[in-house]
Design a protein around this ligand. Sequence first.
Ligand code: ME8
Length: 504
Amino acid sequence: MPFYVTTPIYYVNAAPHLGHAYTTIAADVMARHHRQRGEEVFFLTGTDEHGEPVADAAHALGIEPQELADRNAARFRALPPQLGATNDFFIRTTDPQHEACVQEVLSRVRDNGYVYEGTYEGWYCPRCADFKADSEIDEGNRCPIHHIVLTREREDNYFFRLSAFQQPLERLYAEREDFVAPRGRYNEALSFIRSGLRDVPLTRHKLTWGVPVPWDHEHVFYVWFDALLNYYSALSYARPGEDLTDLMWPASYHLIGKDILRFHAVYWPALLMAAGIELPEHVFVHGFLLMEGEKMSKSLGNVLDPFEVIDRYGSDALRFYLLRDVPFGQDGSVSTASFELRYESELANELGNLASRTIGMLNRYRGGEVLGAEIDPSLAEDFYLLPEQVAAHIDRAELTAALEQVWLRVRRLNRYVEEQAPWRIAKEPERAQELDRVLGTLAEGLRTVTVLLWPYLPASAERLLDALGAPDLSLAGAGLQTGRVRRVSAIESLFPKDSPADGS
Ligand code: ME8
């Protein structure tokens, strides 16, 4: 079974920030987990380079949009490796192959009768690149997301006949209750649909920074339709000489933030229906990372710099913190203080100590050899069906819940150490077999939680599995006694407390 996961493509009007890192990390956790299942995975991210957000930012800097796009696309392209994220392709909407695909698909939408000429008049947010209904605007005609005063637009456009998809979309939501998750976002999208869909501009007349409309060169396509199509176009040229569309489409999961729900949950399926293209399986909508109660974004100037965190503690710590501290799907506050608390109390004190104690005791008492193959039944019971539970959560993009399941077992293993007190057993030579069983149980327990933590903590998990001499990452090998640790080697502290990664 192939698995195809996407992040939004990010605007190149500014540099990447923690919010972008968040979605990219989440998509990477899903991609890695599905690779552990032996599935063929395609993980896409990239940049959204057209439209007013980019044209305006370039104008403010006195440079051409392409120059700004090139500069910032390079920074977004560098982001996944810095996060330990393993995207298979990086799409830019200025790629000529993408532009050709946009022109082809949207011409088909027109040929199918869903495009007509008209005049748009209404409120518009140039930062969202979005036309706002009267019911959606804040006091003083302000954007509810960016808080800037909206502009009044009057423009001749080609329109997309969104209203024709009112019933088809209602049917979609009735038939596929898992099309949008979490449930609150499904309800929000459905009530937007039920409130009555109005046709929306498909092209812009005033703007030149976009994909030219093939049937009228005075227009470019409205940036959102250009952008949404990235999920589809990328497959046709991501792998040179190969078209992955048949293999990978429809997408398994689009991961997005709640700010762009309507585009993905309403416009996107309508557009695909209009073009006669199969719909994606799931749209999962995560919440906002908040700092001091406000959405964190460059334009609001309240950004926790992911690069500083990575420099000091490594990318694993950032990945873990974001998916552990903020329930995936909900809004949550982030701060340096709560990051440091999680790092110390969970990564260093719980997982780090479990690893160093287990490996330390095996080295001290058994010269690094794991002699016991028998697993203590009292512990085995608490690990029963753990990989299946984790997989079931990740199937629903419940990334925090999946991590919690594994973490409960990390804690269970630490309790097991305390209960068994191997250092006491070691003092009584006649209890050698018991010590072997306890140490063997710990080694195998540690191995299995580490395999399951790999999507979240890839670099640390690989180091640890290496020290356990058990490099198999497959989910099939993540159950107790589906693999075995035979010999451990020494390992340096996984999550150092006093000497962070930069040595300061
Ligand atoms: O909207 N908390 O691009 P964008 C959590 N180009 N996630 C956040 C966040 C925050 N505070 N801030 C940003 C666009 N994000 C369009 C998308 S897709 C076809 C086109 C994440 O650069 C989150 O995923 O504004 C959000 O949806 C996305 O960045 C918006 O990125």
